[in-house]
Ligand binder design. Structure first.
Ligand code: NAD
Ligand code: MG
Length: 398
Protein backbone atom coordinates (compact mmCIF):
# COMPACT_ATOMS: atom_id res chain seq x y z
CA UNK A 1 0.00 0.00 0.00
CA UNK A 2 1.45 3.37 -1.06
CA UNK A 3 0.48 6.60 0.71
CA UNK A 4 -0.31 9.48 -1.65
CA UNK A 5 -0.49 13.24 -1.12
CA UNK A 6 -2.27 15.20 -3.84
CA UNK A 7 -1.33 18.87 -4.00
CA UNK A 8 -4.14 20.64 -5.88
CA UNK A 9 -6.63 17.78 -5.53
CA UNK A 10 -9.69 19.84 -6.54
CA UNK A 11 -8.27 20.76 -9.96
CA UNK A 12 -8.46 18.92 -13.24
CA UNK A 13 -5.34 16.79 -12.64
CA UNK A 14 -6.24 16.27 -8.97
CA UNK A 15 -9.68 14.93 -9.87
CA UNK A 16 -8.25 12.62 -12.55
CA UNK A 17 -5.70 11.34 -10.03
CA UNK A 18 -8.43 10.49 -7.53
CA UNK A 19 -10.34 8.74 -10.30
CA UNK A 20 -7.35 6.46 -11.02
CA UNK A 21 -6.63 5.89 -7.33
CA UNK A 22 -10.25 4.97 -6.61
CA UNK A 23 -9.88 2.06 -9.08
CA UNK A 24 -7.08 0.58 -6.93
CA UNK A 25 -8.09 0.91 -3.27
CA UNK A 26 -5.80 -1.99 -2.35
CA UNK A 27 -2.71 -0.22 -3.73
CA UNK A 28 -3.00 3.49 -2.95
CA UNK A 29 -4.13 5.29 0.16
CA UNK A 30 -4.76 9.03 0.03
CA UNK A 31 -2.99 10.58 3.04
CA UNK A 32 -3.32 14.31 2.27
CA UNK A 33 -5.48 16.46 -0.01
CA UNK A 34 -5.04 20.17 -0.68
CA UNK A 35 -6.90 23.00 -2.43
CA UNK A 36 -6.63 26.75 -2.56
CA UNK A 37 -10.19 28.10 -2.00
CA UNK A 38 -12.57 25.35 -3.07
CA UNK A 39 -13.84 24.40 0.42
CA UNK A 40 -16.88 22.48 -0.84
CA UNK A 41 -14.81 20.48 -3.31
CA UNK A 42 -12.22 19.54 -0.72
CA UNK A 43 -14.90 18.64 1.86
CA UNK A 44 -16.50 16.20 -0.56
CA UNK A 45 -13.12 14.66 -1.41
CA UNK A 46 -12.29 14.32 2.30
CA UNK A 47 -15.56 12.53 2.93
CA UNK A 48 -14.87 10.06 0.16
CA UNK A 49 -11.11 9.49 0.60
CA UNK A 50 -10.60 10.09 4.36
CA UNK A 51 -7.08 11.56 4.27
CA UNK A 52 -5.16 12.23 7.48
CA UNK A 53 -4.55 15.88 6.55
CA UNK A 54 -6.48 18.45 4.50
CA UNK A 55 -4.90 21.77 3.58
CA UNK A 56 -6.37 25.03 2.31
CA UNK A 57 -3.76 27.17 0.57
CA UNK A 58 -5.80 30.25 1.37
CA UNK A 59 -5.74 30.52 5.20
CA UNK A 60 -9.13 32.30 5.24
CA UNK A 61 -10.79 29.14 3.96
CA UNK A 62 -9.28 26.78 6.52
CA UNK A 63 -11.79 27.60 9.28
CA UNK A 64 -14.67 26.90 6.94
CA UNK A 65 -13.13 23.57 6.03
CA UNK A 66 -12.60 22.64 9.69
CA UNK A 67 -16.24 23.51 10.48
CA UNK A 68 -17.51 21.47 7.55
CA UNK A 69 -15.42 18.45 8.51
CA UNK A 70 -16.68 18.72 12.06
CA UNK A 71 -20.30 18.83 10.91
CA UNK A 72 -19.75 15.69 8.88
CA UNK A 73 -18.09 13.97 11.84
CA UNK A 74 -14.71 13.62 10.07
CA UNK A 75 -11.60 13.67 12.26
CA UNK A 76 -9.14 15.09 9.74
CA UNK A 77 -6.37 17.51 10.66
CA UNK A 78 -6.72 20.89 8.89
CA UNK A 79 -3.68 22.94 7.97
CA UNK A 80 -3.32 26.08 5.88
CA UNK A 81 -1.01 28.25 3.85
CA UNK A 82 2.37 27.42 2.35
CA UNK A 83 3.54 25.74 5.55
CA UNK A 84 0.53 23.41 5.50
CA UNK A 85 1.18 22.51 1.86
CA UNK A 86 4.82 21.77 2.63
CA UNK A 87 3.87 19.55 5.58
CA UNK A 88 1.44 17.59 3.39
CA UNK A 89 4.16 17.21 0.74
CA UNK A 90 6.79 15.94 3.17
CA UNK A 91 4.71 13.85 5.61
CA UNK A 92 6.21 10.44 6.34
CA UNK A 93 3.03 8.54 5.37
CA UNK A 94 3.24 9.93 1.81
CA UNK A 95 5.35 7.67 -0.38
CA UNK A 96 4.17 9.46 -3.51
CA UNK A 97 3.27 13.13 -4.05
CA UNK A 98 1.22 14.39 -6.98
CA UNK A 99 2.23 18.02 -7.68
CA UNK A 100 -0.88 19.43 -9.38
CA UNK A 101 -1.07 23.00 -8.13
CA UNK A 102 -1.20 25.44 -11.04
CA UNK A 103 1.50 28.08 -11.53
CA UNK A 104 4.63 29.09 -9.65
CA UNK A 105 2.59 28.72 -6.42
CA UNK A 106 3.30 25.01 -6.74
CA UNK A 107 7.08 25.35 -6.69
CA UNK A 108 7.78 25.40 -2.94
CA UNK A 109 5.36 22.57 -2.03
CA UNK A 110 6.84 20.42 -4.84
CA UNK A 111 10.32 21.24 -3.62
CA UNK A 112 9.34 20.18 -0.09
CA UNK A 113 8.41 16.77 -1.51
CA UNK A 114 11.72 16.56 -3.37
CA UNK A 115 13.68 17.46 -0.23
CA UNK A 116 11.86 14.70 1.64
CA UNK A 117 13.04 12.24 -1.05
CA UNK A 118 9.57 11.36 -2.36
CA UNK A 119 8.46 9.94 -5.68
CA UNK A 120 7.16 13.14 -7.22
CA UNK A 121 4.49 12.90 -9.90
CA UNK A 122 5.06 16.26 -11.53
CA UNK A 123 2.17 17.93 -13.36
CA UNK A 124 3.09 21.43 -12.19
CA UNK A 125 5.40 22.31 -15.10
CA UNK A 126 5.79 25.89 -13.88
CA UNK A 127 7.93 24.60 -10.98
CA UNK A 128 10.56 23.46 -13.48
CA UNK A 129 10.19 26.56 -15.65
CA UNK A 130 10.90 28.81 -12.68
CA UNK A 131 13.63 26.78 -11.01
CA UNK A 132 14.63 23.90 -13.31
CA UNK A 133 18.35 23.78 -12.60
CA UNK A 134 18.04 24.12 -8.86
CA UNK A 135 15.06 21.77 -8.75
CA UNK A 136 16.92 18.98 -10.57
CA UNK A 137 19.97 19.46 -8.33
CA UNK A 138 17.73 19.00 -5.29
CA UNK A 139 16.21 15.87 -6.84
CA UNK A 140 19.70 14.42 -7.10
CA UNK A 141 20.84 15.57 -3.68
CA UNK A 142 17.82 14.05 -1.91
CA UNK A 143 17.55 10.92 -4.00
CA UNK A 144 14.02 11.82 -5.02
CA UNK A 145 12.40 10.48 -8.17
CA UNK A 146 10.55 12.74 -10.61
CA UNK A 147 8.07 11.11 -12.95
CA UNK A 148 6.52 13.47 -15.49
CA UNK A 149 2.73 13.73 -15.69
CA UNK A 150 2.59 16.28 -18.48
CA UNK A 151 1.43 14.01 -21.32
CA UNK A 152 4.30 14.99 -23.67
CA UNK A 153 7.02 14.45 -21.07
CA UNK A 154 5.42 11.27 -19.86
CA UNK A 155 5.43 10.09 -23.49
CA UNK A 156 9.10 11.06 -23.91
CA UNK A 157 9.93 9.28 -20.65
CA UNK A 158 8.22 6.13 -21.98
CA UNK A 159 10.20 6.36 -25.26
CA UNK A 160 13.61 6.98 -23.63
CA UNK A 161 15.97 4.13 -22.76
CA UNK A 162 15.08 2.67 -19.34
CA UNK A 163 18.47 3.53 -17.86
CA UNK A 164 18.56 7.10 -19.20
CA UNK A 165 21.09 9.09 -17.17
CA UNK A 166 20.58 12.59 -18.56
CA UNK A 167 22.89 12.44 -21.56
CA UNK A 168 21.12 12.37 -24.94
CA UNK A 169 24.25 11.66 -26.97
CA UNK A 170 25.39 8.74 -24.81
CA UNK A 171 21.93 7.20 -25.18
CA UNK A 172 21.94 7.63 -28.95
CA UNK A 173 19.07 10.10 -28.83
CA UNK A 174 19.09 12.60 -31.69
CA UNK A 175 16.12 14.76 -30.71
CA UNK A 176 12.94 15.01 -28.76
CA UNK A 177 9.78 15.79 -30.73
CA UNK A 178 7.11 17.42 -28.59
CA UNK A 179 3.68 17.28 -30.17
CA UNK A 180 1.17 20.12 -29.82
CA UNK A 181 -2.46 20.26 -30.88
CA UNK A 182 -2.28 23.94 -31.84
CA UNK A 183 -5.24 24.66 -29.54
CA UNK A 184 -8.58 26.17 -30.53
CA UNK A 185 -7.11 28.91 -32.75
CA UNK A 186 -4.87 26.85 -35.02
CA UNK A 187 -6.85 27.94 -38.06
CA UNK A 188 -8.47 31.17 -36.85
CA UNK A 189 -7.43 34.13 -39.05
CA UNK A 190 -4.54 35.81 -37.19
CA UNK A 191 -6.06 39.30 -37.62
CA UNK A 192 -9.17 38.25 -35.64
CA UNK A 193 -7.27 36.73 -32.68
CA UNK A 194 -7.33 40.01 -30.79
CA UNK A 195 -11.06 39.68 -30.20
CA UNK A 196 -11.37 36.08 -29.00
CA UNK A 197 -12.97 35.59 -25.57
CA UNK A 198 -11.75 33.63 -22.53
CA UNK A 199 -14.45 31.01 -23.09
CA UNK A 200 -13.36 30.53 -26.70
CA UNK A 201 -9.73 30.25 -25.59
CA UNK A 202 -10.64 27.65 -22.94
CA UNK A 203 -12.58 25.46 -25.39
CA UNK A 204 -9.70 23.14 -26.22
CA UNK A 205 -10.45 20.79 -29.13
CA UNK A 206 -9.02 17.64 -27.49
CA UNK A 207 -8.22 18.09 -23.79
CA UNK A 208 -10.32 19.21 -20.81
CA UNK A 209 -8.07 21.18 -18.45
CA UNK A 210 -7.96 24.04 -15.93
CA UNK A 211 -8.47 27.54 -17.35
CA UNK A 212 -4.87 28.76 -17.03
CA UNK A 213 -3.35 25.86 -18.97
CA UNK A 214 -6.19 26.05 -21.51
CA UNK A 215 -5.28 29.66 -22.32
CA UNK A 216 -1.60 28.65 -22.41
CA UNK A 217 -2.53 25.99 -24.97
CA UNK A 218 -4.35 28.56 -27.10
CA UNK A 219 -1.31 30.90 -27.15
CA UNK A 220 1.05 27.90 -27.28
CA UNK A 221 2.88 29.32 -24.29
CA UNK A 222 2.02 25.91 -22.87
CA UNK A 223 4.30 24.30 -25.45
CA UNK A 224 6.94 26.92 -24.71
CA UNK A 225 6.79 26.05 -21.00
CA UNK A 226 6.98 22.39 -22.00
CA UNK A 227 10.12 22.94 -24.06
CA UNK A 228 11.72 24.44 -20.94
CA UNK A 229 10.34 21.57 -18.84
CA UNK A 230 11.85 19.00 -21.26
CA UNK A 231 15.15 20.90 -21.29
CA UNK A 232 15.51 20.35 -17.53
CA UNK A 233 13.87 16.94 -17.16
CA UNK A 234 15.92 15.30 -19.90
CA UNK A 235 18.98 17.58 -19.83
CA UNK A 236 18.40 18.39 -23.51
CA UNK A 237 19.66 21.50 -25.30
CA UNK A 238 16.97 23.69 -26.87
CA UNK A 239 18.31 22.72 -30.32
CA UNK A 240 17.46 19.08 -29.54
CA UNK A 241 13.80 19.80 -28.77
CA UNK A 242 11.46 20.35 -31.69
CA UNK A 243 7.76 21.19 -31.59
CA UNK A 244 5.47 19.43 -34.07
CA UNK A 245 1.85 20.46 -34.57
CA UNK A 246 -0.31 17.37 -34.53
CA UNK A 247 -3.98 18.37 -34.36
CA UNK A 248 -5.38 14.93 -33.42
CA UNK A 249 -3.41 14.73 -30.10
CA UNK A 250 -3.03 10.98 -30.52
CA UNK A 251 0.76 10.88 -30.52
CA UNK A 252 1.70 12.46 -27.20
CA UNK A 253 5.38 12.94 -28.18
CA UNK A 254 8.30 11.16 -29.82
CA UNK A 255 12.01 10.43 -29.43
CA UNK A 256 14.26 10.13 -32.48
CA UNK A 257 17.39 7.97 -32.20
CA UNK A 258 20.67 8.22 -34.11
CA UNK A 259 19.83 5.11 -36.14
CA UNK A 260 16.73 6.77 -37.60
CA UNK A 261 14.21 5.06 -35.31
CA UNK A 262 11.44 7.30 -34.04
CA UNK A 263 9.60 5.98 -30.99
CA UNK A 264 6.20 7.44 -30.21
CA UNK A 265 3.69 7.01 -27.40
CA UNK A 266 0.05 7.03 -28.53
CA UNK A 267 -3.21 7.04 -26.66
CA UNK A 268 -6.47 8.82 -25.98
CA UNK A 269 -6.06 12.44 -24.90
CA UNK A 270 -6.90 11.58 -21.29
CA UNK A 271 -4.56 12.52 -18.42
CA UNK A 272 -5.48 9.36 -16.52
CA UNK A 273 -2.99 7.47 -18.74
CA UNK A 274 0.15 9.38 -17.67
CA UNK A 275 -1.18 9.54 -14.10
CA UNK A 276 -1.65 5.76 -13.94
CA UNK A 277 1.73 5.25 -15.61
CA UNK A 278 3.55 7.32 -13.00
CA UNK A 279 1.61 5.84 -10.09
CA UNK A 280 2.40 2.27 -11.10
CA UNK A 281 5.82 2.71 -12.75
CA UNK A 282 7.62 0.45 -13.57
CA UNK A 283 4.44 -1.64 -13.66
CA UNK A 284 1.15 -0.91 -15.41
CA UNK A 285 -2.33 -0.56 -13.95
CA UNK A 286 -5.79 0.16 -15.37
CA UNK A 287 -6.60 3.84 -15.69
CA UNK A 288 -10.18 3.81 -16.91
CA UNK A 289 -9.07 5.18 -20.29
CA UNK A 290 -10.75 3.68 -23.36
CA UNK A 291 -8.78 1.85 -26.05
CA UNK A 292 -7.56 3.88 -28.96
CA UNK A 293 -9.67 3.21 -32.06
CA UNK A 294 -7.20 3.73 -34.90
CA UNK A 295 -9.80 3.01 -37.55
CA UNK A 296 -11.99 5.77 -36.20
CA UNK A 297 -9.02 8.18 -36.07
CA UNK A 298 -8.10 7.24 -39.63
CA UNK A 299 -5.21 9.65 -40.13
CA UNK A 300 -2.52 11.54 -38.26
CA UNK A 301 -1.44 15.00 -39.47
CA UNK A 302 1.71 17.01 -38.77
CA UNK A 303 2.76 20.57 -39.53
CA UNK A 304 5.32 23.09 -38.25
CA UNK A 305 4.05 25.76 -35.83
CA UNK A 306 3.57 29.23 -37.34
CA UNK A 307 5.77 31.72 -35.41
CA UNK A 308 3.51 34.67 -36.32
CA UNK A 309 0.45 32.99 -34.90
CA UNK A 310 2.23 31.65 -31.82
CA UNK A 311 4.88 34.21 -30.72
CA UNK A 312 4.93 32.80 -27.16
CA UNK A 313 6.75 29.70 -28.37
CA UNK A 314 9.67 31.81 -29.63
CA UNK A 315 9.76 33.73 -26.34
CA UNK A 316 10.22 30.47 -24.44
CA UNK A 317 13.15 29.38 -26.63
CA UNK A 318 14.60 32.86 -26.10
CA UNK A 319 14.30 32.41 -22.32
CA UNK A 320 16.30 29.15 -22.49
CA UNK A 321 19.01 30.90 -24.51
CA UNK A 322 19.17 33.79 -22.03
CA UNK A 323 19.44 31.43 -19.04
CA UNK A 324 19.59 32.73 -15.46
CA UNK A 325 16.28 34.15 -14.26
CA UNK A 326 14.81 34.59 -17.78
CA UNK A 327 12.44 31.60 -17.62
CA UNK A 328 11.17 32.66 -14.19
CA UNK A 329 10.42 36.10 -15.66
CA UNK A 330 8.70 34.60 -18.71
CA UNK A 331 6.54 32.44 -16.47
CA UNK A 332 5.59 35.17 -14.00
CA UNK A 333 4.71 37.64 -16.77
CA UNK A 334 2.63 34.96 -18.47
CA UNK A 335 0.71 34.18 -15.26
CA UNK A 336 -0.12 37.87 -14.82
CA UNK A 337 -1.09 38.30 -18.48
CA UNK A 338 -3.27 35.17 -18.58
CA UNK A 339 -5.04 36.26 -15.39
CA UNK A 340 -5.67 39.70 -16.95
CA UNK A 341 -7.02 38.02 -20.10
CA UNK A 342 -9.31 35.71 -18.11
CA UNK A 343 -10.60 38.76 -16.21
CA UNK A 344 -11.13 40.61 -19.48
CA UNK A 345 -8.58 43.31 -18.79
CA UNK A 346 -6.32 42.26 -21.66
CA UNK A 347 -6.97 41.06 -25.20
CA UNK A 348 -5.75 37.63 -26.29
CA UNK A 349 -2.86 38.88 -28.42
CA UNK A 350 -1.87 41.18 -25.53
CA UNK A 351 -0.67 38.10 -23.60
CA UNK A 352 2.42 37.59 -25.78
CA UNK A 353 3.03 41.33 -25.93
CA UNK A 354 2.97 41.71 -22.15
CA UNK A 355 5.35 38.77 -21.73
CA UNK A 356 7.73 40.12 -24.37
CA UNK A 357 7.77 43.64 -22.94
CA UNK A 358 8.33 42.35 -19.40
CA UNK A 359 11.23 40.20 -20.62
CA UNK A 360 12.75 43.18 -22.41
CA UNK A 361 12.43 45.46 -19.40
CA UNK A 362 13.63 43.08 -16.68
CA UNK A 363 17.36 42.34 -16.90
CA UNK A 364 18.41 38.69 -16.71
CA UNK A 365 20.11 37.92 -13.41
CA UNK A 366 22.24 34.97 -12.45
CA UNK A 367 20.57 32.37 -10.26
CA UNK A 368 22.39 32.44 -6.94
CA UNK A 369 19.83 30.56 -4.92
CA UNK A 370 16.11 29.91 -4.61
CA UNK A 371 15.54 33.38 -3.18
CA UNK A 372 17.02 35.03 -6.28
CA UNK A 373 14.45 33.14 -8.40
CA UNK A 374 11.57 34.06 -6.12
CA UNK A 375 12.74 37.68 -6.23
CA UNK A 376 12.84 37.61 -10.06
CA UNK A 377 9.33 36.12 -10.02
CA UNK A 378 8.02 38.88 -7.71
CA UNK A 379 9.66 41.68 -9.72
CA UNK A 380 8.37 40.29 -13.01
CA UNK A 381 4.82 40.14 -11.63
CA UNK A 382 4.98 43.79 -10.60
CA UNK A 383 6.48 44.77 -13.95
CA UNK A 384 3.94 42.76 -15.97
CA UNK A 385 1.07 44.23 -13.94
CA UNK A 386 2.39 47.71 -14.80
CA UNK A 387 2.56 46.80 -18.48
CA UNK A 388 -1.05 45.53 -18.38
CA UNK A 389 -2.16 48.62 -16.46
CA UNK A 390 -0.47 50.99 -18.92
CA UNK A 391 -2.28 49.30 -21.81
CA UNK A 392 -5.63 49.38 -20.03
CA UNK A 393 -5.34 53.11 -19.24
CA UNK A 394 -4.26 53.99 -22.79
CA UNK A 395 -7.01 52.10 -24.67
CA UNK A 396 -9.47 50.31 -22.39
CA UNK A 397 -9.15 46.58 -22.91
CA UNK A 398 -5.85 46.36 -24.73
P1 NAD B 1 -6.64 23.57 -12.10
O1 NAD B 1 -6.77 25.04 -12.14
O2 NAD B 1 -7.77 22.74 -12.59
O3 NAD B 1 -6.33 23.10 -10.59
C1 NAD B 1 -5.36 23.71 -9.82
C2 NAD B 1 -5.35 23.17 -8.40
O4 NAD B 1 -4.36 23.89 -7.65
C3 NAD B 1 -6.66 23.34 -7.65
O5 NAD B 1 -6.83 22.27 -6.75
C4 NAD B 1 -6.46 24.63 -6.88
O6 NAD B 1 -7.26 24.71 -5.71
C5 NAD B 1 -4.98 24.56 -6.54
N1 NAD B 1 -4.35 25.87 -6.42
C6 NAD B 1 -4.42 26.90 -7.30
N2 NAD B 1 -3.70 27.95 -6.88
C7 NAD B 1 -3.16 27.60 -5.69
C8 NAD B 1 -2.33 28.25 -4.74
N3 NAD B 1 -1.93 29.52 -4.93
N4 NAD B 1 -1.96 27.58 -3.63
C9 NAD B 1 -2.38 26.32 -3.42
N5 NAD B 1 -3.17 25.63 -4.29
C10 NAD B 1 -3.55 26.26 -5.41
O7 NAD B 1 -5.30 23.20 -12.89
P2 NAD B 1 -4.95 21.87 -13.68
O8 NAD B 1 -5.44 21.99 -15.08
O9 NAD B 1 -5.30 20.68 -12.87
O10 NAD B 1 -3.36 21.99 -13.77
C11 NAD B 1 -2.52 21.75 -12.67
C12 NAD B 1 -1.07 21.71 -13.13
O11 NAD B 1 -0.90 20.60 -14.00
C13 NAD B 1 -0.65 22.94 -13.95
O12 NAD B 1 0.67 23.26 -13.67
C14 NAD B 1 -0.79 22.48 -15.39
O13 NAD B 1 0.10 23.14 -16.26
C15 NAD B 1 -0.40 21.01 -15.25
N6 NAD B 1 -0.97 20.17 -16.29
C16 NAD B 1 -2.31 20.04 -16.41
C17 NAD B 1 -2.86 19.25 -17.41
C18 NAD B 1 -4.36 19.07 -17.53
O14 NAD B 1 -4.80 18.28 -18.35
N7 NAD B 1 -5.17 19.75 -16.75
C19 NAD B 1 -2.02 18.59 -18.32
C20 NAD B 1 -0.63 18.74 -18.17
C21 NAD B 1 -0.12 19.52 -17.15
MG1 MG C 1 1.25 18.91 -21.93
Amino acid sequence: MKGLTILGSTGSIGISTLDVVSRHPDQYQVVALTANRDVEGLLNQCERFQPKIAVMGDPHCADQLAKGLNQRGLAIEVLSGLRGLEIAAAMPQAHYVMAAIVGAAGLLPALAAVRAGKRLLLANKEALVVAGDLFMQEVKAHNALVLPIDSEHNAVFQCMPEDYQGNLMQSGVKRILLTASGGPFRETPVETLHDVTPDQACAHPNWEMGRKISVDSATMMNKGLEVIEAHWLFQAGADKIEVVLHPQSVIHSMVEYEDGSVLAQLGQPDMRTPIAHALAWPNRIQSGVESLDLFQIGRLDFEPPDPQRFPCLGLAYQAIQSGGTASAVLNAANEVAVDAFLNQRLGFTGIAEVVEETMQRQPVDQVKDLESLLEADRKARTMAEQVVQKRVSSCGIS
